[in-house]
Design a protein around this ligand. Structure first.
Ligand code: FAD
Length: 307
């Protein structure tokens, strides 16, 4: 029951100001977002890649309000790409972007977001890596899929995310699986109405399995974005049945969540990619992590009281 309340708070400016200003917030935030600058994040990247993990990097931020902020977001990714090139880590580290951070919701936003993300995709390709377009709320997805298709003309490795909780996703998965795309399948992290999305966990989990089967049986590259132990073992079984080799799909989990499992899957010979977020505009990302697991909120509330 708490999840929807926290997700509603994630869109509130008042809550944003209140929570961002609380002195103890940072310690809790660090668990999920281990740095604010490229300099902070480089040791984290080196540590995780040194342990045999691959990464996808997210410069946190979304729902910007000016084209200048969108340009700044693009530049933050370009700075990161430059640093990855210096470190020689381009092949182990890809990038995840939210198009709302690149201006998607502004006037003429579709074109602006496409222009900004194209610069990042070009820079990524130049160092041997790629970009995945995150999925945000359902109203943004037609634009996201159109941008994804457009980028794939020149950069076929560009990935996108689909969300099992949305009714539309089974059809999206069939199209993407047939076109040979890289696709990350997640359950979905936004507050969506009953007209467009399953609301019950068991329905979402069942949809996840149906969609995953479509991706595994298709010609693309499935990326299993989940921490759910049941879904991870089903994914292994579906990959085996589809005759996929270990380099023909991958697991992805979020930094700070089930970290032992990241290492276990990598040690078993799976490709394991850790979604690692950094930056200063962490509020929306952080609140979604609280909403996913009420125990996180209790921990957060306790630390506010005891400090
Ligand atoms: P759940 O059933 O929620 O969780 C399974 C178990 O994992 C829980 O029992 C718990 O032990 C652990 N767990 C899960 N979440 C947390 C948490 N926050 N804190 C502590 N433990 C936790 N969503 C989008 O809408 N768009 C995206 O682009 C997107 N990208 C993602 C990328 C990656 C790599 C991953 C892993 C998730 C992404 N998500 C995205 C979030 C996703 O939609 C889910 O909200 C999130 O992954 C939780 O679902 P789950 O599959 O882990 O299953």
């Amino acid at each position: 029951m708490l999840g929807p309340v926290i997700l509603a708070a994630s869109r509130s400016d008042r809550m944003r100001r209140l929570i961002s200003a609380a002195p103890v917030t940072k310690q809790v935030v660090d668990r999920f977002i281990p740095g604010e600058t490229v300099a902070d994040i480089v040791p984290v990247i080196q540590d995780l890649t040194g342990k045999g993990l691959e990464l996808t990097m997210d410069v946190v931020g979304e729902d910007i309000t000016t084209p200048e902020q969108a340009t700044a977001a693009r530049d933050a990714y370009l700075e990161l790409t430059g640093r990855l090139a210096d470190l020689g880590l381009g092949r182990k580290v890809e990038m995840s972007v939210k198009l709302s951070m690149f201006g998607q919701s502004l006037d003429g936003g579709h074109e602006l977001a496409l222009k900004n993300v194209r610069s990042v995709v070009e820079a990524a390709a130049a160092i041997g890596t790629t970009v995945t377009l995150d999925a945000e709320d359902h109203t943004t997805l037609d634009s996201m899929f159109a941008i994804h298709e457009e980028l794939r003309t020149d950069f076929p490795q560009t990935g996108c995310v689909i969300q099992a909780y949305l009714f539309r996703t089974e059809a999206d998965a069939r199209r993407l699986a047939a076109s040979g795309s890289r696709v990350r399948l997640v359950k979905g992290a936004y507050k969506e109405p009953a007209e467009v999305a399953y609301q019950q966990k068991h329905e979402i989990d069942k949809a996840y399995v149906r969609i995953l089967r479509t991706l595994m049986d298709g010609t693309g590259y499935p990326m299993i974005g989940s921490h759910d132990p049941r879904l991870i073992s089903i994914a292994q079984e579906l990959a085996r049945k589809a005759g996929r080799k270990p380099d023909e799909y991958e697991f992805q989990m979020l930094y700070g969540i089930r970290s032992e499992e990241h290492l276990r899957l990598a040690a078993e010979g799976h490709r394991m990619r850790v979604y690692t977020a950094y930056g200063t505009d962490w509020y929306g990302y952080f609140m979604r992590r609280l909403a996913e697991k009420p125990a996180n909120l209790r921990f957060f509330a306790r630390s506010m009281i005891t400090k």
